[in-house]
Design a protein around this ligand. Structure first.
Ligand code: DHB
Ligand code: MG
Length: 208
C-alpha cells in the first residue's frame, strides 16, 4: 500500500505525534489481526478536518474496530455525536469494547446492519461523512450519504488510491469500482474534491 516513496512514509510515521496507549494498542492489534485501520496519519487528518470544520454531527460508514471512530469522537467531544455503521458483529463487539475504553460511549453510537439499508432511514443532517466500508458499496453509500450532508459539510473517503492501482488503470473488479467511484464523486455537482495521497489515498470533498 505504498503510494509515496517508502522513505517519505517512514518520515511521516516517525514525525507523527504520539498517541495514547489505547490507540497504540489498536494500531498493534490491527497490524496482527488483519483488520484494516486508517492509522495515525489519516487519523490525525480526520481529527483536524473535523475540528477545523467545527463538525458536531458526524456519520461514519464502516466502523471496523472503532479506531477512526475514536479519532472522530475525540474531535467532536464533549458535545458532538458520531454515528457509525457496520454489519460485522465480531468487529462491532471489538469496536464497542474500544469505544468504552476510550470513554466515548455517549459520543459514538454504533448502528448494526447493512449501511445501504440504514442510510435512507437516518433523519439527521451531518457536518461530516467518513466512508471506509466494504468497497463494493462505496458508490451507493456516497449517493445515499451525500443527501444527508449539510451544505459546507465534508465528504471523506478512505482507500481511494487503492494501493495506487487506480492510477495504473488496473483491471481488477475492486480497482474498477474505485476508479468509477472517484470519477463520479469528483464529477458530482457542487462537490469540490481532492485526493490526498496519504496512506491509501483519502478523498476530501466539500459540498458547496
Ligand atoms: C482494505 C480496506 C480498508 O478500508 C483499508 O483501509 C485497507 C485495506 C481491504 O479491504 O483490503
Ligand atoms: Mg480503509
Amino acid at each position: 500500500m505504498a503510494i509515496t516513496y517508502d522513505y517519505i512514509d517512514d518520515y511521516l510515521y516517525r514525525i507523527a505525534q504520539p498517541r495514547d496507549l489505547l490507540l497504540q494498542k489498536m494500531e498493534e492489534e490491527a497490524d496482527t489481526g488483519a483488520v484494516p485501520i486508517i492509522g495515525p496519519l489519516v487519523g490525525r487528518l480526520l481529527y483536524n478536518l473535523a475540528r477545523s470544520s467545527q463538525s458536531k454531527n458526524i456519520l461514519e460508514i464502516g466502523t471496523a474496530i472503532g479506531y477512526s471512530g475514536i479519532w472522530l469522537g475525540r474531535a467532536v467531544a464533549p458535545k458532538g455525536l458520531v454515528t457509525t455503521i457496520d454489519k460485522d458483529p465480531e468487529r462491532i463487539k471489538r469496536a464497542e469494547k474500544n469505544i468504552a475504553e476510550a470513554k466515548l460511549q455517549k459520543i459514538i453510537k454504533v448502528l448494526k446492519g447493512d449501511a445501504l439499508h440504514i442510510l435512507p432511514t437516518l433523519k439527521d443532517e451531518y457536518d461530516l461523512v467518513f466512508l471506509d466500508s466494504d468497497k463494493d458499496i462505496y458508490l451507493d453509500a456516497f449517493k445515499l450519504s451525500v443527501k444527508k450532508l449539510r451544505k459546507g459539510g465534508l465528504f471523506i473517503a478512505d482507500n481511494t488510491l487503492w494501493g495506487g492501482d487506480v492510477a495504473k488503470g488496473g483491471k481488477s473488479e475492486l480497482t474498477q469500482t474505485m476508479i468509477k467511484f472517484n470519477k463520479e464523486v469528483s464529477g458530482y455537482p457542487g462537490m469540490s474534491t481532492v485526493i490526498v495521497p496519504l496512506r491509501d489515498g483519502v478523498l476530501v470533498g466539500l459540498k458547496e
